[in-house]
Design a protein around this ligand. Structure first.
Ligand SMILES: [Zn+2]
Length: 234
């Protein structure tokens, strides 16, 4: 049997040893949480599409299921892909603002270089946003972020909950009058998703995650201003 703490109850976040018990001959029974008397994880029976819809609706139970009770390990790749989407969006906006149809190779290479530059800036902004969140949470609740695994779990939760950035690509490809509104909506959705991920991972109230995100945004914008200032100075 797995050690206590291998899983978490998706309703009350209490640690649980197992999600179900196997009574053999194909009879499985979902474990009941000792604390809240509800099934530890009802989602193990659900279709992945239903779980995804619940996650999109920012339900805490779906977040707990994904973060604590599955071995999902795509946060690294997802982060890179989201950064590529963001870099592409900015690169596209840059092309629009400087219309140049010169087929000269030098221009082409300069455009590619612009893409990598946008990727670098997007990575820097993402990193400063995350650092702002970590510093705030570590400052407010140092006991919650004591071990390396606490930090890794929070990082994983934040990266996974930024999946909404993948919507940037369709929003840009099917460009229309409402694209700026769509981009703002995606930004707000990602922030709500991030706040729910922090709340679930550290078992906090609603206010502290938003405070952490607020400081994350301040640090991110500080870095943006610094980068722009350095560009003008060069
Ligand atoms: Zn429970």
């Amino acid at each position: 049997m797995a050690a206590l703490g291998a899983y978490r109850c998706i309703e009350c976040s209490r640690e649980a040893a197992e999600l179900y018990r196997d009574y053999q001959r194909g009879v499985l029974r979902i474990s009941i949480c000792k604390s809240c008397q509800k099934p530890v994880d009802k989602y193990i029976e659900y279709d992945p599409v239903i779980i995804l819809i619940n996650a999109v609706l920012c339900k805490a139970q779906a977040y707990r299921h994904i973060l604590f009770n599955t071995k999902i390990n795509i946060h690294g790749k997802l982060c890179i892909f989201c950064l590529l989407c963001e870099a592409y969006l900015r690169w596209l906006q840059l092309q629009d603002s400087s219309q140049n149809t010169d087929p000269d190779d030098l221009i082409r290479y300069a455009k590619e270089w612009d893409f990598y530059r946008m990727f670098g800036i997007a990575s820097l902004e993402q990193t400063s946003f995350l650092v702002g969140i970590f510093i705030t949470l570590w400052w407010m609740r140092p006991e919650m972020l004591k071990t390396k695994s606490d930090l890794i779990l929070l990082l994983k939760a934040l990266l996974l909950s930024s999946y909404g950035k993948l919507l940037l690509i369709p929003a840009v490809i099917w460009e229309h009058d409402y694209t700026p509104l769509c981009l703002a909506f995606i930004k707000v959705f990602v922030l709500i998703s991030n706040s729910q991920a922090i709340r679930v991972t550290l078992n906090l109230n609603r206010i502290l995650p938003w405070l952490a995100i607020f400081f994350g945004l301040i640090l991110e914008n500080g870095v943006v201003c610094l980068v722009q200032k350095l560009r003008w100075d060069v």
